[in-house]
Design a protein around this ligand. Structure first.
Ligand code: 6GU
Length: 287
């Protein structure tokens, strides 16, 4: 999997040379390059942002700089979008006019292909954005089948909305994701989170493939995990649930499943609401 990351703080991603991710790079499973967006500026100040059109606080990242960078990384030529309302297509002579009929505006356009793997052949352009749909395990699974991911880290108050719009019109699979209901200073942390969630699913990335299968948020009926215990059976006066040392595997499985259901119901009732009732067994329904 080829991974490009564009940021005004590319050094932030130096940590990817460490730990499991570093090993995955050494093994050739992933090839990561972090680029400095300022390398695509032409002014002395290397400016990447400007004041918001329509007024307001903060700065917005400029589309021109981003587009020069993304065109380079995606191997695209600049185009002028003919959006029907704009009469004037004559602005730049040597650019090709294309019709904006391919543009999709949501992240769900490829949701149906999550299992069918159509993501793999074309690059996926991902922008972290606190005002976008939540990034989920399902997205991580789908994106783990891609062979080229390109992350664009926004800073300040965000990036010009025409950037994702333009690349969608170019036929690029563009995603915008938030990683949770809180505000971060920029996209770098969000990209690190998404990148880890995606790459750990690559075959050979983790030492033990089983550890991926049984986790929370995976599988068809995603539940929070049951509690885990190790030895000793009693520690500082607290004993592990006796059923776990009973040796009865059926009972252990049932106990863990019930605990997963009750914990999920207590902590994340929204996940219970999403469960497919047909996949629940009779004993589940009693919990
Ligand atoms: Cl993706 N970006 C920023 N700046 N803040 C966030 C976020 C993303 N997701 C949650 N908060």
């Amino acid at each position: 999997m080829k991974i490009d990351i564009v940021s005004v703080f590319p050094e932030y991603f130096d940590v990817l040379n460490l730990s499991l991710f570093g090993k995955a790079q050494a093994k050739g499973l992933v090839e990561v390059r972090a680029h400095n967006l300022r390398d695509w500026t032409h002014d002395v100040h290397h400016s990447v942002d400007d004041t918001p059109v329509g007024g307001g606080a903060g700065m917005v990242m400029k589309p021109e700089v981003w587009a020069e960078c993304l065109d380079d990384l995606l191997g695209l030529e600049p185009q002028i979008i003919d959006n029907d309302t704009a009469e004037d297509n004559s602005a730049v002579d040597d650019t090709v006019v294309i019709t904006d009929n391919d543009a999709t505006t949501d992240n769900d356009s490829d949701a149906a292909s999550a299992e069918t793997n159509t993501t793999s052949s074309r690059p996926v352009l991902i922008f972290p954005n606190p005002s976008a749909p939540l990034f989920t395990q399902r997205d991580a699974t789908e994106l783990s089948h891609a062979n080229h991911l390109l992350f664009g880290c926004g800073r300040y108050e965000g990036y010009d909305a025409r950037i994702p719009e333009y690349y969608r019109a170019q036929g690029i699979d563009v995603r915008e994701y938030s990683i949770g209901d809180y505000v971060l200073n920029g996209g770098e942390v969000a990209v690190s989170v998404m990148l880890e969630a995606i790459t750990r699913l690559l075959p050979g990335f983790m030492g033990n493939a089983d550890s991926i299968v049984e986790e929370s948020y995976t599988g068809e009926n995603a539940l929070l995990e049951h509690h885990q215990y190790t030895k000793p059976a009693t520690w500082r006066g607290i004993s592990v649930p006796p059923v776990l040392i009973s040796g009865d595997h059926g009972k252990v499985d049932r106990y863990r499943r019930d605990e997963a259901l009750t914990r999920t119901n207590d902590i994340r009732p929204d996940l219970i609401a999403q469960l497919d009732c047909r996949k629940l067994d009779k004993a589940d329904r009693k919990v």
